[in-house]
Write a protein that binds this ligand. Structure first.
Ligand SMILES: [Zn+2]
Length: 251
């Protein structure tokens, strides 16, 4: 079946500021983000959470999932007001050990640490209809970890989110988009409903399933024409809704 479009964003940068990032393509200015969200609204899109998208209830005619990885404070300051003005919400993936501090997990790739949202802000977002998912407990790349460490990342993140927000997260986003079939299985075993992957190129969109939902990467360097093309391409992702698809046996 066709997978509804899922957009992936990361961080914001004020247009007046020089980027310090090693990955400036993931730092969008509020001006460009506003143009993109206005474009979605004019085209009749309505934002839904991942849980709504894959739930039993009827969806609006043009549903779209807007996701943000890492839970940075710039989302609260710059992204949230724009979404609110457009009547949209988003699904946010947070790194539970670091909530309320800064993204110092990026030091190994030379990325400057960014301030992160705290639990009060995440609770306010959840109350306003945002879905808060897990981006693991420490953002370590799963293929570098042992099976026990992977299980620990998934479990600690669930326990922390449940303690802070009152419910365990339904959805996971793999740190840096790195995973293999054993990580998909581990996420299913841990009780997640599904997990988000990354599609950097059109050819990566291909075919997915509930534990590798292909998200369309929206880069901060692209024109509105390119954004509209990406939006179009995101409609051609096909996926298998069977939870067991592609998972290794965990017996
Ligand atoms: Zn991340």
């Amino acid at each position: 079946m066709r997978q509804p479009p899922i957009l992936m964003y990361h961080w914001f940068r004020r247009g007046s500021e020089q980027s310090q990032s090693r990955s400036p393509q993931y730092e969008i200015t509020p001006e460009l983000f506003e143009r993109q969200m206005t474009c979605l609204r004019r085209r009749g899109y309505e934002s839904v959470s991942l849980s709504q998208m894959f739930g039993d209830r009827a969806l609006p005619q043009k549903p779209i999932v807007i996701t943000f990885d890492d839970g940075t404070l710039d989302f609260w300051e710059l992204g949230r007001p724009i979404l609110q003005a457009c009547g949209f919400t988003a699904t946010l993936f947070v790194v539970t050990q670091y909530v309320g501090t800064e993204s110092s997990w990026e030091a190994d790739v030379g990325e400057p640490a960014r301030p992160l949202m705290d639990w009060d802000q995440l609770r306010a977002l959840a109350a306003a209809g945002y879905e808060i998912g897990s981006h693991t407990h420490t953002h370590r790349e799963l293929p570098r970890l042992t099976d026990d460490e992977v299980a620990g990342e998934l479990r600690e993140s669930q326990e922390t989110l449940e303690a802070e927000l009152g419910a365990p997260p339904a959805w996971l986003a793999y740190p840096r988009g790195r995973y293999n079939s054993s990580h998909k299985a581990a996420a299913a075993t841990a009780g997640y409903h599904g997990a988000c992957a990354i599609a950097l190129k059109y050819r990566d969109l291909g075919y997915g399933d509930r534990f590798e939902l292909k998200r369309m990467t929206i880069k901060s360097t692209e024109s509105m024409t390119r954004f509209r093309l990406r939006l179009l391409a995101a409609h051609f992702v096909r996926y298998n809704d069977s939870i067991d698809h592609g998972l290794q046996s965990t017996d």
